[in-house]
Design a protein around this ligand. Structure first.
Ligand code: GDP
Ligand code: GDP
Length: 455
């Protein structure tokens, strides 16, 4: 017991500013009943363990602030939301995947008195791919008799097993030292997995909106770059264009440059090409013809970008043809048609005159920055708990659903997972999205919010 010094279990005591300084995150994974919660309580210094013999026992929170040897970090106990309908093995493996995407260090707990089970093997298989450090903890080593079983856990391929007893405190000092050594000082910010090279842009829109004209306008000013970098040995499908001191890769532009008439094909064919360009790109410029009524086909292209989860910039072309009357009409059409993308920037351009084409590069950059961005777990949770305290989710069937924990599981696009104790209505999810955007921006990118209900 003496080995476990008292630490500050801040979150339990209602410490509201968990997000003030970004803290590194330790995720605790493993199958039910191996002692994850017992260990988390130990790490937090809570003497009275909130542990019961029932697996998946109800817990109110799953993320806690810990303080150890002057270092602050967040502990995420994935024991709080298991197992689900996917089956034990799949859901524990999913937790491990989630931990790899969100945590700075992962602690996987195995019950040494049982040995490695098939589920443990499945989790280990996932975690062997982890770029973050993984600590293998052999729990329930209450005395020396189990040390031989501990050694057999090397077979999981996760390195040295740390023998501990969550119940009695044995081995805890070594484990905590290992945790601190593994945790970085500041949270990871490597979520942006840039492949490198120019950022990839799709220039799309229905026929005749001015895609070729705009591409010519953009590259016309920088012919040298296109010729020298794209090269002549292979026929490039993409165009490299320098805008605002940066080279961009406009994907799948061969058709645009050659003036191949795809219109002779079906609209279906055109939409396949659009889809391919979106898939190849990180951000799309959807070009609309501002001089013509907004058509169903325009909105379909916008929807394709959103559904593909790519960043978006709207360019209203042929602005040289827009007069006061048309402008008024257009506003109304956009208000009605673009309700789904109030977050997208709109730039009024003219490929013919060159008007405002210079504004495209900054807009692309803003959209990509949002698309790449990540809210630290602590910041997200402290913001969310304030929001929910002020405006709780509506009661359903006499029950008040609770949001237990949130994490941004992915970037590109930002994807937020809410762990809840009940169903959240679509209206409330939209409310959360709106507030998220008010607080964190996300201009130019779709965001995805998914809800995982703990039974
Ligand atoms: P979780 O489902 O992984 O979070 O596991 P719990 O922390 O809820 O623990 C499951 C059961 O194992 C409880 O009955 C704990 O008291 C027990 N347990 C946890 N750690 C130890 C340990 O080190 N030794 C022994 N003998 N039992 C433990
Ligand atoms: P695409 O089918 O989307 O590649 O469209 P094109 O670039 O071929 O343009 C279709 C027609 O619109 C051509 O006749 C262009 O000259 C004309 N156009 C393109 N951009 C503008 C613009 O900004 N203003 C005006 N007035 N006409 C334009």
């Amino acid at each position: 017991e003496a080995e476990w010094a008292a630490v500050d279990g801040g979150a339990e005591q209602g410490d509201g500013d968990a997000g003030a300084v970004p803290q590194p995150v330790l995720a605790v994974v493993g199958r039910p009943n191996v002692g994850k919660s017992t260990l988390v309580n130990r790490i937090l210094g809570r003497r009275e363990a909130v542990v019961q013999d029932t697996p998946g026992v109800t817990r109110d929170r799953v993320a806690y602030d810990a303080l150890w040897s002057g270092r602050k970090f967040t502990v995420v106990d994935t024991g709080g939301w298991e197992p689900d309908a996917a089956g034990l093995q799949a859901s524990v493996a999913q937790q491990a995947e989630m931990a790899m995407r969100t945590a700075d260090t992962i602690m996987v707990v195995v019950d040494a008195s049982v040995g490695a089970t098939a589920t443990d093997e499945a989790v280990a298989k996932v975690l062997r791919r982890s770029k973050q450090p993984v600590l293998l903890v052999a729990n329930k080593v209450d005395d020396d008799r189990l040390m031989a079983d501990v050694a057999s856990l090397w077979s999981l391929g996760l390195g040295q097993p740390y023998p501990v007893s969550g119940l009695h405190g044995r081995g805890s000092g070594d484990l905590l030292d290992a945790i601190l050594a593994a945790l970085p000082e500041t949270p990871r910010d490597d979520f942006v997995e840039r492949i490198g090279g120019p950022r990839r842009v799709a220039l799309i829109g229905k026929p005749n909106v001015g895609k070729s004209s705009l591409l010519n306008r953009l590259s016309g000013e920088q012919r040298a770059v296109v010729d020298s970098v794209a090269g002549t040995t292979v026929d490039p499908v993409d165009s490299l264009v320098e805008l605002d001191d940066e080279v961009w890769r406009f994907v799948d532009t061969a058709g645009l440059r050659k003036r191949v008439n795809f219109a002779s094909g079906t609209e279906y064919y055109a939409s396949l090409r659009t889809k391919a360009a979106i898939d190849a790109a990180e951000v799309a410029i959807v070009l609309l013809d501002a001089s013509e009524p907004i058509a169903e086909q325009d909105l379909r292209v916008v929807t394709m970008v959103v559904e593909a989860g790519k960043a978006l910039v709207l360019a209203m072309n042929k602005w040289d043809l827009v007069d006061e009357g048309r402008r008024y009409q257009l506003e109304k059409e956009l208000e009605r048609g673009l309700v789904r993308v109030p977050w997208a920037q709109r730039i009024n351009v003219s490929a013919a005159t060159g008007r405002s084409v210079r504004k495209l590069a900054p807009a692309l950059r803003t959209a990509l920055t949002s698309w790449d961005s990540r809210i630290p777990t602590g910041t997200l949770n402290s913001w969310l708990s304030d929001l929910i305290a002020a405006t709780p989710p509506p009661v359903r069937g006499g029950k008040q659903p609770k949001v237990l924990f949130a994490t941004q599981a992915q970037t590109r696009p930002p994807t937020i997972v809410l762990f809840t104790s009940g169903f959240l209505e679509a209206g409330y999810r939209r409310f959360i999205e709106r507030k998220l955007r008010e607080q964190f921006g996300f201009v130019g990118t779709p965001i995805q919010i998914s809800v995982r209900v703990r039974e």
